[in-house]
Design a protein around this ligand. Structure first.
Ligand code: SAM
Ligand code: SF4
Length: 339
């Protein structure tokens, strides 16, 4: 098991497949992009599958979420999903994506064994989308969402970040649209994880603001916390059901005490928290003990990697530290950690 000194057990692994992206969301990346990781530093597909195998067979990981950067930009994605689906025990698998290109790949991902997707969409207005993401790709995202639903990558969840003065008036419209289209909407509070360090607590749209805005049009009944797969969204039943809406209040109502996550960056570093300032290198251990070309696991080498991973988790801090006056934003931005 991956257990920490506070007794929390990690069963949910977030794997970043790339730090690159084809959008430039203002709360995430600067317009010019970032200095991308060099190819030799990235884990290969084989290395990723090996680490996931170690996590699933030896460390109690039950759920794997592929993310990035934009994970659909990783050429080997379908193959990675297929190989992970063959693991025993088979993990639940999902993908967090901006949806661009999902129209082409949804069927193949489903056939490979992906269970569901989360698609990020912040607005129903193409012009606002262009301002928020600095790219004119609104239609591609809508088409990607439809393709995911048609392929059965359900429930399709939609992640939305509201930004003051840009899309903060859209919460009720987004919920009406999600209900109509059979998507489950989840609002995420903006976090201080942008590369430009532009986050400000004052003026940020809080869970309280979002709920007040939704209640101008909908009757919301609190359902309680969604615990399955550690999803931190607090959920509300919309107009008596069956539809639900979620709010992930990472800033104003942190859920650190119930956290069951561990994270792997595209260059093979374990992070125990989005806000952690320390990382543990698994890539060096992996490359020091390459797998036999036949793919046969080397039990001793894998046990050593599992030991390093357990040790990293043991050092997990109690909380994000966001409310601490000495809080310092981590050096890696969200797109390089894997959101
Ligand atoms: N590119 C994919 C996408 O956008 O879904 C996956 C990676 S992205 C970093 C994962 C999620 O993090 C997205 O839903 C995005 O909206 C969210 N995100 C990015 N920066 C954020 C920030 N500063 N605060 C809150 N959420 C953020
Ligand atoms: Fe790309 Fe996702 Fe970051 Fe937007 S939020 S820039 S889509 S990684």
């Amino acid at each position: 098991m991956l257990i920490d000194t506070y007794g929390r057990v990690a069963t949910d692994l977030r794997v970043s497949l790339t730090d690159r992206c084809n959008l430039r969301c203002t709360y995430c990346m600067p317009e010019e992009g970032l200095q991308w990781l060099a190819k030799p530093d990235l884990l290969t597909d084989d290395e990723i599958v090996r680490l996931i195998r170690i996590a699933v067979t030896g460390l109690g990981i039950e759920e794997v979420r592929f993310t990035g950067g934009e994970p659909l930009l990783r050429p080997g994605l379908v193959g990675i999903v297929e190989r992970c689906a063959a693991l025993e025990p088979r993990p639940r698998m999902s993908l967090t994506t901006n949806g661009i290109g999902l129209k082409r790949t949804a069927e193949a991902l489903k056939a490979a064994g992906l269970d569901r997707v989360n698609v990020s969409l912040d607005t129903l207005r193409p012009d606002v989308f262009k301002t928020l993401t600095r790219r004119d790709r609104h239609r591609d995202v809508l088409e990607g969402l439809e393709a995911a639903r048609e392929a059965g990558l359900t429930p399709v969840k939609v992640n939305t970040v509201l930004m003051p003065g840009l899309n903060d008036d859209e919460a009720p419209d987004l919920l009406a649209w999600a209900v109509e289209n059979g998507y489950e909407l989840r609002f995420i509070e903006q976090m201080p994880l942008d590369a430009q360090h532009g986050w400000k607590r004052e003026g940020m749209i809080t869970a309280g603001d979002i709920l007040a805005s939704l209640r101008t049009r909908f009757d919301l009944t609190e359902e309680g916390s969604e615990r399955r797969g550690s999803a931190p969204a607090e959920r509300w039943v919309v107009d008596g059901g069956p539809h639900r809406v979620g709010v992930i209040a990472s800033v104003t109502r942190p859920f650190c005490a119930a956290c069951d996550r561990t994270r792997l960056t595209a260059d093979g570093q374990v992070r125990t928290c989005l806000f952690a300032r320390e990382e543990t290198d698994l890539r060096a251990a992996l490359r020091a003990t390459p797998e036999d070309p036949s793919g046969a696991p080397d039990a001793d080498a894998d046990a050593e990697i599992a030991r390093i991973w357990r040790l990293a988790m043991w050092g997990k801090k109690a909380g994000s530290g966001l409310d601490d006056p000495t809080f310092l934003q981590p050096e890696r931005p969200m797109s390089a950690i894997g959101g």
